[in-house]
Ligand binder design. Structure first.
Ligand code: SF4
Ligand code: SF4
Length: 261
């Protein structure tokens, strides 16, 4: 009898005992990196003053021509920003934005940065044009959550998550030095590590690429302690923790829905 067709099952059986790489999106998401390019925010200083000075550099540098800014003189009695001027009109058209972050790079005051939120969509063009009111962080320094956005835990953490390189031009003298201003609600971020061992991944929220990608690595590239029975037990523990978190998140969402109704 011809049993060659059984060879067709080889691949299936080979993968039966392997770690599952499918994620239950959107309940379960991959961890986002601190420099994730998502929806923009306009930041405030720790005293609540707006960082934007209406200089229009971001609009000038934007390759997609999607930013519109108009500056205005600060009212002497009630200044909005510490500079002479502030951005009184600020719009970003998300039908055009390619999230290149050149605007973030160009901004002299770190007013415009990006959150980690990329799960947002609209059903009309007007909603796709975010205005100053929508982009500006609230009185607590947190981004506004608009009805068509899917914010999850951590998406708004350190909204100035995109940051300038800690070591400008690669100069070792600047490594480990904070290179950006304080942020309302978050204070001053810890300095991001450079090429040397002076990095604090836990504080900056950076996860090693190997850790995030392990499920996709060839066996030789997987750290020794993660292989074999010990690795399997670790993974089982990890997936139990994730499953529990998923269940709790689903319960929380159901409870929130009930409150909204
Ligand atoms: S991320 Fe790039 S495309 Fe989007 S607004 Fe900024 S400069 Fe323009
Ligand atoms: S966001 Fe920055 S670059 Fe753009 S107008 Fe405001 S201060 Fe200038």
């Amino acid at each position: 009898m011809e049993l060659g067709f059984l060879g067709g099952f080889k691949l299936t059986f080979e993968h039966l005992g392997r770690r599952r790489v499918t994620r239950q999106y959107p309940d379960e998401k991959k961890p986002k990196q601190p420099r994730q390019h998502g929806r923009h925010v306009l930041n405030r200083y720790e005293d609540g003053m707006e960082k934007c000075i209406g200089c229009e550099l971001c609009a000038g540098v934007c390759p997609a021509d999607c930013i519109y800014v108009r500056g205005h003189d600060n009212p002497p009695e009630h200044p909005v920003s510490p500079g002479e001027r502030y951005g009184y009109v600020y719009e970003i058209n998300y039908l055009r934005c390619i999230h290149c972050d050149l605007c973030v790079e160009a901004c002299p005051t770190e007013a415009i940065t990006e959150s980690k939120l990329f799960e947002f969509s609209f059903t009309n063009r007007a909603d796709a044009i975010y205005t100053r009111d929508e982009l500006l962080v609230g009185d607590d320094g947190r981004p506004r959550r608009l009805p068509w956005e899917d914010w999850r835990e951590g998406d708004d953490l350190h909204t100035s998550g995109w940051m300038r390189a800690t070591s400008p031009s690669g100069a070792a003298a600047f490594e480990g030095e904070v290179q950006w201003s304080g942020e309302l609600g978050y204070g001053v971020r810890v300095p991001e590590g450079g090429q040397s061992g002076r990095r604090d991944d836990e504080a900056t929220g950076t996860r090693l690429l190997r850790e995030v990608m392990e499920a996709h690595l060839v066996p030789d590239d997987i750290p020794f302690e993660h292989r074999g029975m010990r690795g399997r037990m670790e993974r089982a523990k990890e997936s139990a923790v994730k499953k529990r978190a998923r269940v709790l998140a689903a319960r929380r969402r159901r409870a929130e829905l009930k409150v909204d109704q």
